[in-house]
Design a protein around this ligand. Structure first.
Ligand code: 2M8
Length: 438
């Protein structure tokens, strides 16, 4: 399994970073690179450092880290929306999108440092991580002290049912574009055309405002805010390691945690809040469990989240659906509307490891069992563990390396079966040979 995971990461490596998947996502994605670095740190910390520094090489002057950095060698038509749509360049000259994704990069930088201490790397990346946070404070902070996203693509959980209601305020607009995603995966695993039209209309309006004005969609997402808060508590550790003052970061982490509890928490789960209406968007998204990542979350809230995870997300079974199966919008196969994703399970696992090792262990085993059966697929049916979306997906491979390094191989069936035995799984386990030594 380890060899197969490294093989995926090696074959998706484009020289300075790792693409999420060859056919569906042939460029660099922001939070994918952070998850990939976390896995690469386990076998090539140098590659993890390169991955993160290459992403931050495309950071804008205002501090934003674009959600896609385009590879100029890939034809414009290979992915939609490509560079011709976004019409934006980073100061480095790279064509990029103008949106962002959850800021999980400070955590990735810290884990890379833990794997192989390198204060020079921390000193190099720290100001960039601070600027990434600063952009969110300046451009996206509401009077409640929370940061907002202006597009479902910024949540990373693009097609989540949590966005159905806020998206109703968005005019779909005329189609006038050709989707590329359906060339690679089946339509029933992807967003509907109507949702895609809304995504494109929103992105176009944001672009036309010079990537300044939030359009018809503006929400405070619990996962994004949890990532922002964890970034601050991690920046405190990085600052201390660099001989700088950690206190401002600690204060910021405490204040975002308090704001989230006050404004986004209700009845055992965190929810998104629609900034335009001021109302909570009650949903059953597993994003609502990710504030478990926050070290300062009050104990009674932790306990309530764990209760919800057990009751509504069947946490004891070890496979975390992205949306509660008890909710009517749940779908086992359509992306981000219910299937299990390794990155989401990994984030919740991070939040449970110290607090509830008894529940973190089955979650680790569930992630391992999913890829053991189906290979490094993009996501999995939470009941059957059948693989969905693209094959050889980078963060599934990377995060499994991290889980196995910490948890061991418990979860791999003791007898019978080969890794990825399900059709379309790993295929022949190739030999990564020399690459492991890179
Ligand atoms: C998916 O999002 C992209 C748009 O950014 C897409 O559907 O084309 C999401 O799963 C997102 O979280 C992820 O970063 C990206 C690349 O893996 O794919």
């Amino acid at each position: 399994m380890i060899r197969a995971a490294v093989r995926v990461l090696v074959s998706n490596w484009d020289g300075g970073y790792t693409i999420p998947s060859r056919r569906l996502y042939p460029h660099q994605w922001s939070w994918d690179s952070a998850f990939v670095a976390i896995g690469n740190a386990r076998w090539s910390p140098r590659r993890a450092r390169t991955e993160l520094l290459s992403l931050f090489g495309a950071q804008w002057y205002d501090g934003r880290v674009p959600h896609i950095v385009f590879n100029p060698a890939v034809p414009d038509g290979a992915y939609f929306p490509g560079p011709a749509f976004w019409r934006s360049r980073a100061p480095s000259g790279s064509a990029t999108s103008g949106l962002v994704q959850p800021p999980v990069h400070a955590l990735a930088a810290w884990k890379t440092h833990l794997a192989e201490p390198d204060v020079a790397f921390l000193r190099r990346i720290y100001p960039r991580l601070v600027a990434q946070q600063e952009f969110l404070r300046v451009a996206r902070r509401s009077p409640e002290g929370l940061v907002s996203i202006v597009h479902p693509w910024e949540s990373g959980m693009d097609n989540s049912p949590a966005w159905d209601l806020p998206l109703q305020a968005v005019e779909a607009g005329a189609a006038g574009f050709v989707r590329k995603d359906l060339d690679a995966v089946s339509a029933d695993e992807r967003p509907t055309d109507r949702d895609y039209q809304r995504y494109v209309a929103l992105a176009r309006a944001y672009r036309d405002s010079g990537y300044r004005d939030p359009g018809a969609f503006q929400v405070e997402d619990p996962l994004f805010n949890a990532a922002y808060g964890v970034a601050e508590s991690t920046l405190a550790k990085i600052a201390a390691e660099c001989g700088l003052d950690p206190a401002p970061h600690e204060r910021e982490a405490a204040s975002i945690t308090a704001a989230m509890v006050e404004h986004l928490y209700d009845d055992g789960l965190f929810h998104a809040r629609d900034v335009r209406t001021g109302c909570l968007v009650r949903s059953s998204s597993a994003a609502g469990l990710t504030p478990l990542l926050l070290p300062g979350l009050p104990r009674e809230i932790v306990n309530a989240l764990v209760g919800t995870a057990l009751d509504r997300f069947a946490l004891k079974d070890g496979v975390l659906p992205s949306y509660s199966p008890s909710a009517p919008e749940f779908d086992t196969a359509r992306y981000w509307r219910g299937p299990s994703w390794i990155n989401l399970a990994w984030l919740v696992w991070q939040g449970l490891k110290d607090r509830r090792p008894d529940l973190a262990a089955p979650l680790a085993e569930g992630m391992i069992a999913a890829v053991f059966g189906a290979g490094f697929r993009e996501y999995f049916d939470p009941f059957t563990l059948r693989g969905h979306g693209c094959h050889d997906f980078s963060w599934s491979a990377a995060l499994i390396l991290d889980v196995v390094a910490e948890h061991g191989l418990e979860g791999v069936p003791a007898a019978g079966g080969e890794v990825g035995e399900q059709p379309g799984g790993f295929g022949e386990a190739g030999d990564v040979g020399d690459h492991v030594l890179l």
